[in-house]
Structure formats: structure tokens, C-alpha cells
Design a protein. Structure first.
Lengths: 288, 324
């Protein structure tokens, strides 16, 4: 787990050599651009209904076909990218900030603070991720904010664990000793001398968990625990499509491919980053 | 001094197991406390939920009394813990039966699904990982790695729906709704698609873990020794390398157990199967809080026990673990 030994130059070079990670980056960028410029990309409004074109199979007019209300599935998928990507990015950012900070504090101060923080994280980790999330959304009520809160809560203990281990290693270094001898405050040492040194490891995990967060959000929406209809989400579209799986299979196939592409792109990026960071980390991947 | 060392050596493994068991107790207690208070912050009055809006105030007050909801919170908390010790998880508001008996009724379905997924994951993942490692950086390795990336990236419910579409709708080989009644053969037949859907991520994970671990082991000194002795490559691989290379696979399965148990919520919804997952979704919908509480206890118990077993299995396979 000696992430800090990888110099940034070597890191970029190894990452560059991995062509698949570049495929991932390009794919993710394209999806982000589609989400940002959704009104210009989508040929129809995401909630425009049309009685005349109900459950039409894919055609040049309707690339992904239409649903039971005659809504254009391609336009809905384009707008759906906004929800999936923003939930993924925002909840991972929040989970990384809170969880990462808790992990650093636990590792840096040790002793009782470490015990309290990490035991609390163990409690959170004692439930399957999806179950914790479902109960939190049910407790708070289904909405975009609450989905983000639920996913953030499940990510916090994972980031805490990832951040704690390298903090333990870094704080023993001579230059941290020097910082202390010079009378730097704990906040200054943590923010400017510990965090930058463990950031790469956390960022690798962040890209992999953004992929997971997108899958979890889709799962919530599929269970009817996501953003309320008629706002389009990929998981919600699959939920609606599954009811018509016999007559209109395209209603489930295409939104699922969107999730698959988004998740795949982030996994490609994460894998590339991890290989560049430390080949020995290849098999380490937190789950659950 | 040497007597001390002997003693420590002989009892190292049992001591480690005992210490590990004891360390699970505070976690379990904290988990139970969190569950208890989380359930109590859920909106709605359980008595009102059971009796419905038309109930009289007197009836509601009476039921609140009977459910122990008028007691101070610490009293309720103690009752919850002592109830647990007696195997009493309360009464379901919807089924009117004990939470524990309802739990035990559906548990086998979820466990069967989980075990079948793990079985498929191991049977496909380990050979794929070995093939991939033996053909490192060649075409077949490349294909396997891309496939395992796809396996990671497939949302489990989407995999389930696509399997239904392919093998129930287009090719009528398997039932759309996973049968739970009927003969053993029917049950297994109905379990195939759900288990495959649940195993995709695990196949990917095990393939990767066994590939990288085999590659690492093959570079070790004792493998070079075995080769230098003139042992045939097959013996080196199967007798020496594989046994050690598969240790991380055990950990992967242990880590993955919680994920599969959690994913069963989605799989059971897609295939309309009974189980812990469909029970918790139904109970949350019906605001059946004693049932939700019982289910959370069950989930936590399963995860904690599996983590314990993973640690212990690991320490048995690799005796160095307990030493630190």
C-alpha cells in the first residue's frame, strides 16, 4: 500500500500507456457532455407524451423507441444521464470528503479517537450497502437529495478505511516529525502534509466507487425509491420498461446499456489509475 | 521461557479465534442499538398503522400499552435486547405472526440464491483466472480481462432482466417467475437465472483475484525450487502453486457475501422470489417496523458472522495471520 512511493511522473506515464483507460476517459467525458447539453442533444422533451406513438420500436425517428406514454426513450435517456452522473459524482465527493477526513483523523490521532471512529464505521459496514441505502431512503422519503444522502452514508465508512491505512504510514515519516518540531498546528499538518500524500489512493477508489454509486442509484430507482416520476432516470426507465418486457423490450434494454456504459467508463478509468499507482493493488477492491 | 513459547505456540490459533469472537460482541451490541433507535425515528405510530385510520383513540391507546410503546425508551430498549436473547424479535404488524418465524420462513430462499451465486462464481471464476494467468498478455488473457470488466459493470437487476428476456421470453427455457413450490427439480430450475444474474460480479472478481494471485505465486522461490527439482509443470501448478494461489479467493468470497445478500433485494424483485430482500421492501412499504427491525438484525448478524468465518478460515489456511 505504498502509494506515496509512486512519483507523479511515473504515474502519468503508466496511465498513458493503458489505452483502455483512455477509452474510459473519452466515454465518460462524452456522457458528461451529453448530460450537460441535454436540451440540445435530445430531439424531444423528456416528458412530452404522444398518444399516437405509444410503444414504438426503435427507428430513425425514435432511436431508443418510445414508452407506454409515447415519450421518446432516447430523449429520456439523455436527460436521465443528468440524474445518474450527478448522483454518482456528488455522493462520492461528499462520501470522500467526510469519510476521508474521518479516516485521516483516526489514523493521525490514533488511540481513543481512532477506536471511536473506526468502530462506528464497523457498525455501518455491518449492513449490506444496498440495505443501508434502502432503509435510509425509506426513512427520509424518496427524493434526489435523500438518494444522495443515502449513498453518501454508505460510502463514508469505505473512504474512512481507505484513508486511514496510508495516514498511519505517512505520519511516521521524518518530515511530519519535522513539521511537529516546527510547531505546526495539527490542522496544518493534516491538510497540507498528510492529505496531499494520500490523495492518489483515495482518488482511485473514488473513480471506482462513482461507478458503484451510479449502479446503486439505478437500483434505488428500479425499486421505486429514487427520484419521483415523471423525471427520467435510467433505473426508473428500466422499472417502467420491465412492466412491458414482453411487448416492448427496448424500453428496458437501452436505459440499461446507458448504465452499463457509464459504469464501464468509470471502471476503466479506475483500473488504469490503480495499475499506474501500484500494480500490487490490483486485487484489492473493497466491496459490499 | 521456552515453556512460555510452547504454550503460546500451541494455543495461538484458539486464542486468536476467541479474541476475534469476543471482538464481535461490542460491534453487535452497537449495531443493535443503532437499529433500535433508527427504527424509532421512522415516521408514523405503529399502533395507528396496525389499526388503521378508523380506530378509536381508546383502541389505539390500548394497543400502545400492549406493544409497550408507553414505556420509557430505555425500558423499551432493554425489552428489545432481552427479547433478542430469548429469540423474540417481536410481532409483525402485517402478518400478525412472530417476526422470527417469518424471517426463518424466507431465509432459505435468500441463502439458496446466495450459495448458488457463489457456486457459479467459483466454478467459472477460478478456471478463467487460471487460464488467464497461464496465457498472460496473450489474446485469451485480454478477452478474459475485458469480460471481467463487463461483469463488474453489469447492474445486477439489468443482468436479471436481460436473462429473462433471452432465456424466458425469446427462448422459453426458464420460468419468468422463479418457482418456489413444486419439486426440488423445479426449485433448482427456477434458481438458475437468478443465481447467474447474481454471480456475474463475483465471476469477474474471482477471475481477477485468482489470476493476479496465481501470477504472484508463480514468481515465488518455492515454485522455482519445485521446477528446479525437475517436477513436471502440471505438478508444479496443481500441487504447489494453486493451493496457495486460491487463499485470496476465500477472502474475495467472504467480502462479496454481504454484497450478494444485499443484491438479493434486486434479484428477488426482478424474479418475484420470496426472500429477505423482497420481505424488507414489502415491510418498508407497509411500515411494518417490527419486521424491518428484525430484518436489519438478521442482515447484520449474517454479515458479522460471515466476516468472522472469513477471518477464521483465513487463519486456518494461513497460520501466520493469527500471529500479529
Amino acid at each position: 500500500m505504498s502509494a506515496t512511493s509512486a512519483s507523479s511522473g511515473g504515474l502519468v506515464q503508466t496511465f498513458n500507456r493503458n489505452k483502455l483507460s483512455w477509452v474510459g476517459i473519452v466515454l465518460f467525458m462524452v456522457l458528461c457532455l451529453i448530460a450537460i447539453f441535454a436540451p440540445f442533444v435530445a430531439p424531444y422533451g423528456p416528458i412530452d407524451q404522444s398518444v399516437m406513438t405509444r410503444m414504438r420500436p426503435p427507428s430513425m425517428e425514435h432511436l431508443f423507441g418510445t414508452d407506454a406514454f409515447g415519450r421518446d426513450q432516447f430523449s429520456r435517456a439523455v436527460y436521465g444521464a443528468r440524474i445518474s452522473l450527478s448522483v454518482g459524482v456528488v455522493s462520492v465527493f461528499l462520501g470522500m470528503s467526510v469519510g476521508g477526513l474521518l479516516g485521516v483523523l483516526a489514523g493521525y490521532f490514533g488511540k481513543r479517537i481512532d477506536t471511536v471512529i473506526m468502530r462506528s464505521m464497523d457498525v455501518l459496514l455491518s449492513f449490506p450497502t444496498l440495505i443501508t441505502g434502502i432503509v435510509i431512503v425509506a426513512l427520509l422519503g424518496p427524493s434526489l437529495t435523500n438518494v444522495i444522502v443515502a449513498i453518501t452514508v454508505t460510502l463514508i465508512p469505505k473512504f474512512a478505511r481507505i484513508a486511514r491505512a496510508p495516514t498511519l504510514a505517512v505520519k511516521e515519516r521524518a518530515y511530519i516529525e519535522a513539521c511537529r518540531a516546527m510547531g505546526f498546528s495539527h490542522a496544518r499538518i493534516i491538510l497540507f502534509h498528510i492529505v496531499p500524500n494520500i490523495l492518489t489512493e483515495i482518488l482511485v477508489m473514488a473513480s471506482l466507487w462513482t461507478a458503484n454509486a451510479i449502479m446503486i442509484e439505478a437500483g434505488f430507482a428500479f425499486l421505486g425509491l429514487g427520484v419521483r416520476p415523471p423525471t427520467p432516470t435510467w433505473g426508473g426507465m428500466i422499472r417502467e420498461g420491465f412492466e412491458h418486457i414482453f411487448q416492448a423490450p427496448w424500453m428496458s434494454i437501452f436505459p440499461g446499456l446507458c448504465i452499463l456504459l457509464a459504469v464501464l467508463s468509470l471502471n476503466l478509468i479506475g483500473d488504469g489509475l490503480r495499475d499506474a499507482l501500484d500494480p500490487r493493488l490490483k486485487q484489492v477492491r473493497d466491496m459490499g | 521461557m521456552s515453556a512460555m513459547n510452547d504454550w503460546a505456540g500451541r494455543y495461538r490459533a484458539p486464542l486468536y479465534i476467541l479474541r476475534r469472537l469476543l471482538s464481535a460482541i461490542p460491534t453487535l451490541l452497537a449495531v443493535l442499538t443503532v437499529i433500535f433507535f433508527a427504527i424509532r425515528t421512522l415516521p408514523g405510530d405503529p399502533a395507528l398503522a396496525i389499526l388503521g385510520d378508523t380506530a378509536t383513540d381508546a383502541a389505539i391507546a390500548g394497543l400502545r400499552e400492549k406493544l409497550g410503546l408507553n414505556l420509557p425508551v430505555w425500558r423499551q430498549y432493554l425489552n428489545f435486547l432481552t427479547g433478542l436473547l430469548h429469540g423474540d424479535l417481536g410481532t409483525s404488524l402485517v402478518y400478525g405472526r412472530g417476526v422470527l418465524s417469518e424471517l426463518l420462513r424466507v431465509l432459505p430462499y435468500t441463502l439458496a440464491l446466495t450459495m448458488a451465486s457463489i457456486l457459479i462464481g467459483t466454478l467459472i471464476g477460478v478456471p478463467l483466472g487460471i487460464i488467464s494467468a497461464l496465457h498472460r498478455n496473450r489474446f485469451i488473457d485480454y478477452v478474459t480481462r475485458v469480460l471481467s470488466l463487463l461483469g463488474f459493470s453489469f447492474p445486477v437487476f439489468y443482468a436479471g432482466i436481460m436473462l429473462i428476456l433471452m432465456f424466458s421470453v425469446w427462448l422459453p427455457w426458464f420460468p419468468v417467475i422463479s418457482s418456489t413450490s413444486g419439486s426440488f427439480g423445479d426449485a433448482v430450475h427456477g434458481l438458475v437465472l437468478p443465481a447467474v444474474a447474481g454471480s456475474l460480479g463475483l465471476i469477474a472478481m474471482i477471475t481477477r483475484a485468482s489470476r493476479s494471485s496465481l501470477l504472484e505465486v508463480m514468481g515465488d522461490d518455492y515454485i522455482r525450487t519445485a521446477r528446479a527439482k525437475g517436477l513436471p509443470e502440471k505438478t508444479v501448478l496443481y500441487r504447489h502453486a494453486l493451493r496457495n494461489a486460491l487463499i485470496p479467493v476465500v477472502t474475495v468470497i467472504g467480502l462479496y457475501f454481504a454484497l450478494i445478500i444485499g443484491n438479493s433485494v434486486l434479484i428477488e424483485t426482478v424474479f418475484t422470489r420470496p426472500g429477505l430482500g423482497s420481505l424488507i421492501i414489502g415491510s418498508l412499504d407497509n411500515r411494518d417496523y417490527p419486521m424491518v427491525q428484525g430484518l436489519l438484525v438478521a442482515y447484520a448478524a449474517i454479515v458479522i458472522v460471515v466476516n468472522l468465518l472469513t477471518d477464521l478460515t483465513y487463519s486456518v489456511i494461513d497460520p501466520r495471520i493469527g500471529q500479529s
